[in-house]
Design a protein around this ligand. Structure first.
Ligand SMILES: N[C@@H](CCC(=O)N[C@@H](CS)C(=O)NCC(=O)O)C(=O)O
Length: 222
C-alpha cells in the first residue's frame, strides 16, 4: 500500500531493491521517514540477479534501486526516486522548502555521496574477491579490480569521516538544524564503511553523538 494519498499508486509502481545495498537502503530509509510503503522485489546482487536478461529488460544499467512504473518507464537513480516521492508527498519535508534551503541540502547530500559513498564503494568493490570480475556496479564492460584503489578509498573515507565530525561539531544535523536526506546518505555511508573496516573513531565525538541519535529513528531499520 502506498500512503501518498493516491490510492491507485501502489499498483502502478514497483521498487527493485536489495536489503544490504547502500543505495537501495537510503531509498528505503527515505520512504520509511515519509511513511510510504510500496511493492518491492528483492534482487540478489551477490548472485548477479541484476545481470540476468530478465532484469536488464527492466533496467539496462543493471542497478538497484530502480522504481518501475506500470508503463515500463523507470527511475534508476536513488536521489531521483527520492525527489519523485518528495514532490508526491511533501511532508515530512526531507529535501528543503525555499530555494536556498533546497540548494544547501542538495549540496550536503552530494558531498555525502561523492566524498563518502563513492570513496567507500571504491575500496569495497576493488577488495572483495567475489567481485573480482565486477569491480564496477551494474552492467558495464568487464574491467579488472585495481588493488591500489583499496588503500586510496580507505584514506578518502577516513578523511570524509573527519570532515563530517568537524561539521557536526557546529551543526545538529548534516545540512543544518533538522533531519534531511543528507543525514540519510551520511548514515548509510557509516554502515557501508564497516564493510571496508573503517568506522568513526572514539575521538570523533560529534560524529558518534549524531550517529547514535540517527540510529534511534525507526527508519534506520528500514
Ligand atoms: N548512482 C546510483 C548508484 C546505484 C548503485 O550503484 N547501486 C548498486 C547497489 S548499492 C548496484 O546496483 N550494484 C549492482 C552490482 O553490484 O552489480 C544511485 O544512486 O542509485
Amino acid at each position: 500500500l502506498c500512503k501518498t494519498g493516491d490510492e491507485g499508486q501502489a499498483a502502478k509502481m514497483k521498487l527493485y531493491d536489495m536489503k544490504q545495498a547502500p543505495n537501495a537502503r537510503r531509498v528505503r530509509m527515505f520512504l520509511a521517514e515519509k511513511g510510504i510503503d510500496i511493492v518491492r522485489e528483492e534482487i540478489d546482487l551477490v548472485a548477479a540477479a541484476n545481470l540476468t536478461p530478465a532484469y536488464l529488460a527492466i533496467n539496462p544499467r543493471g542497478l538497484v534501486p530502480t522504481l518501475r512504473f506500470d508503463d515500463g518507464s523507470i527511475l534508476d537513480e536513488s536521489i531521483a526516486i527520492c525527489r519523485y516521492f518528495e514532490l508526491e508527498q511533501p511532508e515530512p519535508n526531507l529535501m528543503g522548502r525555499e530555494s536556498l534551503e533546497q540548494a544547501q541540502i542538495e549540496s550536503w547530500q552530494r558531498r555525502m555521496e561523492f566524498d563518502g559513498l563513492l570513496a567507500i564503494g571504491l575500496a569495497f568493490r576493488n577488495s572483495v574477491p567475489h567481485f573480482s570480475s565486477r569491480p564496477t556496479p551494474g552492467a558495464v564492460p568487464g574491467a579488472p579490480q585495481i588493488p591500489d584503489l583499496v588503500p586510496r578509498g580507505r584514506v578518502l573515507t577516513q578523511h570524509f569521516l573527519n570532515q563530517l565530525d568537524q561539521r557536526l561539531k557546529t551543526s545538529a544535523y548534516v545540512a543544518g538544524e533538522r533531519f534531511t536526506i543528507a543525514d540519510i546518505t551520511a548514515f548509510i555511508c557509516i554502515g557501508f564503511a564497516k564493510w571496508i573496516g573503517v568506522q568513526p573513531e572514539p575521538g570523533q565525538s560529534a560524529l558518534q553523538r549524531w550517529h547514535d541519535h540517527i540510529k534511534q529513528r525507526p527508519s534506520a531499520k528500514a
